[in-house]
Design a protein around this ligand. Sequence first.
Ligand code: HSE
Length: 431
Amino acid sequence: MGFKIGLLGLGTVGTGTAQILLNAQGRHPLVQEIEIDRVGVRSLDKPREVEFPEGVITTDLEAIVTDPQIDIVVETIGGLEPARSLILQAIAHGKHVVTANKAVIARYGDEIFTAANAAGAYVMLEAAVGGGIPVIKPLKQSLGVNRLQAVTGIVNGTTNYILTRMQTEKGDFADILADAQRLGYAEADPSADVDGLDAADKIAILASLAFGGRIKLADVYCEGIRQINATDIAYADKLGFVIKLLAIAKRIGEVENAPLSMRVHPTLVPQTHPLASINGVYNAIFIEGEPIGQIMLYGRGAGAGPTASAVVSDLLHLIGVLKSGDRSELHPLLSCSHDDYCAIAPIEELVTRFYVRFLTQDRPGVIGKLGTCFGDRHVSLESIVQTDVKDNLAEIVVVTHDVREGNFRQALDEIRTLDAIHSIPSILRVL
Ligand code: HSE
């Protein structure tokens, strides 16, 4: 028995998916059982890298998601609408869905999974996070017996590419972003990537699986990389760190159901940490749990081939279950089994180390005053260095011990009022 799929979208991921399905030789035998029945596109006039028989390609996407012949809808169009509505329509018409759409799942996952559970449909999303890296299935299944404490990811290839080049070329953000756009590594409108929004979508999805509860995207603290510059990268290097955009989901405390810290921000990562060696467009997800300890999944986070590999792996997994299983109830390892929301702690409650760079008047007593302001708020300092005087201003770099972010911010508010402080160009968290 074959399975008919309706493929929505024939862009990078849709084309990559079709290329795997149309060239099944040497792959798992189940791939041969998947037949592309219809392909939905926005325009029929665009040149295509794959050819389909007459009548397969259509611009009527609704006809695909409502077609009784189709078993599984593969959504690769991206964006919020019409993707969300088409996924919901497909579910309402009894179809299973495979999607690569992190933005839709991070925002409308509750609506989509509630509808899917009610309809007895599966929604599979391996391609939504980490491109070709298997991470959804490991979190749902292979690591499911562990009590997970933290998921820390480099899940945005564009920003990792930019930061890696800034590190190796000692360049500034704007120049390298412009070059990355010219080379096709960054979008013309780069904000979803460089402002951390794409990474926030992805960590919300990963946290939901790791910690067994829904995540409100608005509760994920998010800072991008626009303010990172060559000066901080050089200081970080001298102090033994690299700067990476990390997406972090971490249980605060040992108690089950303790709140999560959920955040995306540029972070000083110790050069000895496994995530420090993830360079260029590569992604990695570092998972910590009991009893497994630490595990890191690494690979290409985007691109036609890797993302299509994840899409087709979902198809394979899905049809494997559909072929063998009792369809009267959903397979517990494939369906979404939670509907409560995880509690998320406000960023002020975060306990972390900070790196902060001050520009100050170069006169006696400034470091003493900084120390007093920090000490008054119980912010303990690990190191304080002054190396440069530029334009009559001293550059002072402080690294704190673990401190409560709320206390740290109060200390900075007081420091900003000191006469000797010219500006605070950089504040970064340390892993
Ligand atoms: N824009 C994403 C990135 C790729 O740069 O990693 C797709 O998720």
